[in-house]
Design a protein around this ligand. Structure first.
Ligand SMILES: NC(=O)c1ccc[n+]([C@@H]2O[C@H](COP(=O)([O-])OP(=O)(O)OC[C@H]3O[C@@H](n4cnc5c(N)ncnc54)[C@H](OP(=O)(O)O)[C@@H]3O)[C@@H](O)[C@H]2O)c1
Length: 302
């Protein structure tokens, strides 16, 4: 059960900052953990403090931190092991200045999506002239992945339900639906084939491997346990002990935050917000996430 509780105030330690949180992201992975879907896969002990990314105003600076001061507006991520971003105060281990072009809601849900998308696009070596298929492109990670891939000069095909096709076009992707016949639809859109597939949805990896031509050209972030048997890399950025059974963790692509700031400043990166809930209504936000049809990121507002 998700509920609001009084806990001890966290403080910035060496190399970290604390922020007074203005908005934070709802992590879809944590929704799976809380619902019990991931039990036996991701070991976790309760009570479990939720929230991986947040935006807010710096109110404590730890020893050794340079380039951040009290009163700065930033967005960033907590340590994967401690989390706790869905709170009044959060300790961040990686951060960047909040782009002026983003609202607090957008900034609150940015870091996790940006880090994940950058990590996977780097691994797939997506660059100019490539064609990339993003499966589940209208979700929190997918919507950012589409824009980051397009900013690298790639042509992007994104899958979503039809009601999200104009949304995908607005992000820079050629939309198509997921499900039966996907390989034919992708072939029609990209007769020369696709260079890489970024799976944000799970459940269709055999089709995606066939479309890519090789499991090495597919990376999934969904908790799809068929990945290993198919030779597909399941990328996870959390600490290794968090993810023992779903594959070794990849290093966090923290450099993505700086790239995001630059693109946001050029008006080339938005963080679509599916819905913003007051922090105290986190349980309702979890319910929306479980529908698996949110358009963009769900955020909690302080
Ligand atoms: N490993 C990692 O590092 C990492 C990091 C972040 C998230 N994740 C995981 O990655 C997944 C995606 O995260 P997210 O936050 O982007 O999720 P999300 O926001 O909940 O994704 C929702 C989107 O998924 C689409 N969708 C639903 N069923 C689909 C299907 N069968 N095929 C293709 N698309 C489908 C929906 O599109 P329509 O509404 O148009 O149907 C909706 O736009 C989750 O499982 C999450 O736990 C992993």
């Amino acid at each position: 059960m998700v509920h609001v509780a009084e806990v001890e105030e966290p403080h910035a330690g060496p190399g970290t900052i604390r922020i007074a949180v203005r908005a934070s992201g709802l992590s879809t992975g944590e929704v799976s953990i809380r619902s019990g879907k991931m039990r036996g896969v991701v070991p976790v002990t309760f009570p479990y403090r939720t929230g991986f990314d947040a935006a807010g105003v710096v109110d404590e600076v730890g020893d050794g931190v340079t380039g951040a001061g009290i009163g700065d507006e930033v967005f960033g991520m907590t340590a994967a092991t401690t989390r706790g971003a869905n709170a009044d105060h959060a300790v961040l281990v990686a951060w960047a200045p909040k782009p002026a072009a983003w609202s607090w809601e957008e900034a609150g849900g940015a870091a996790g999506s940006v880090e994940t998308a950058t990590r996977v696009l780097d691994r797939l070596a997506v660059g100019a002239g490539h064609t990339v298929l993003v499966q589940g492109a209208a979700g929190g990670v997918g919507a950012v992945a589409v824009q980051l891939a397009a900013a690298r000069g790639a042509a992007v095909i994104g899958t979503a339900g039809e009601r999200n096709h104009d949304f995908l076009r607005s992000l820079g992707a050629e939309p198509t639906t997921y499900g039966e016949g996907l390989a034919e639809r992708v072939r029609a859109l990209a007769p020369g084939g696709v260079d890489a597939v970024f799976d944000c949805a799970g459940g269709a990896l055999p089709d995606l491997v066939a479309i890519a031509g090789s499991p090495a050209r597919v990376v999934t972030i969904a908790p799809d346990l068929t990945a290993a048997a198919l030779g597909v890399h399941l990328s996870h950025g959390a600490s290794a002990d968090d993810t023992a059974a779903v594959g070794a963790a990849d290093p966090l692509a923290v450099h993505g935050l700086g790239i995001a700031v630059e693109l946001a400043g050029q008006g080339r990166l938005r963080v679509p917000v599916a819905a913003a809930f007051p922090l105290t209504e986190a349980a309702a936000a979890h319910e929306l996430s479980e529908s698996r049809h949110a358009r963009g990121r769900i955020v909690l507002v302080n």
